[in-house]
Design a protein around this ligand. Structure first.
Ligand code: GTP
Ligand code: MG
Length: 205
């Protein structure tokens, strides 16, 4: 898929103020600093459409980007970073959960995890929360450029093994790097396929 248009629409602290839910939407979530905003920029070929930072807690609102005038990408605040003050973490959790549980046009969540880390309790709990609420999700491994090919393969194998302790069927997953564009075509292809599968529903709205 060619990204011809990628436009910032608005930032909100409350999903109720988000744009009309008339077109499909895909949201990016994961621990603070995992690379959500960087991945969005990579996917849409823009350096700083979504604001990134080396300091965790950069994204503080629900940010909507309109892609090809036809669907939204949503950049969300991160969860669970110990160095982000507790009051801010609680605010983010409330904002994120409200969004996830109520946003009617949300087709899929992409849960980002740093490929260098083992399965973390907080990510596991978040994925279980999505499962319990029947929110479709895929996993995106980020920062693949930080590992050699051999270590990368081992890390993915180990992570998916850990997931199998909790799920019989694994969610779809993608391996990416915002630094070298790894996984870009694959993630965009997955979105194209999901867009096609929900096309009828959105046309009927
Ligand atoms: P919050 O908004 O704070 O929750 O963070 P975020 O998940 O949006 O992360 P962000 O995209 O701001 O990136 C955090 C840091 O990781 C920045 O310093 C990025 O340059 C770096 N980073 C993101 N993706 C990659 C990647 O694929 N490879 C490498 N090497 N660094 C990355
Ligand atoms: Mg961010």
């Amino acid at each position: 898929m060619q990204i011809e248009h990628a436009d910032f629409v608005m930032s909100n602290s409350d999903y109720k103020k988000a744009p009309d839910p008339k077109i499909p939407e895909y949201a990016f979530i994961g621990r603070s600093n995992v690379g959500k905003s960087s991945l969005i920029n990579m996917l849409v070929n823009r350096k700083s459409l979504a604001k990134t930072s080396g300091t965790p807690g950069k994204t503080q609102l629900i940010n909507h980007f309109l892609i090809n005038k036809h669907w939204y990408l949503v950049d969300l605040p991160g969860y669970g970073y110990a160095k982000v003050p507790k009051s801010q973490r609680e605010k983010f959790t409330k904002m994120i959960n409200g969004y996830i549980l109520n946003r009617s046009n949300l087709v899929n969540m992409f849960v980002l995890v740093d490929v260098r880390h083992e399965l973390q309790q907080i990510d596991l709990e978040f994925m279980q929360f999505l499962g319990a609420n029947q929110i479709p999700f895929s996993i995106i491994f980020t920062k693949a450029d930080k590992l050699t090919a051999t270590k990368l393969e081992k890390a993915i194998a180990s992570y998916t093994e850990s997931l199998k302790e909790f799920w019989e069927t694994l969610p779809p997953y993608h391996i990416t790097s915002a630094s070298n564009q790894m996984g870009k075509d694959e993630v965009l292809k997955a979105i194209v396929q999901m867009n096609e599968s929900v096309e009828k529903h959105f046309k009927s709205l």
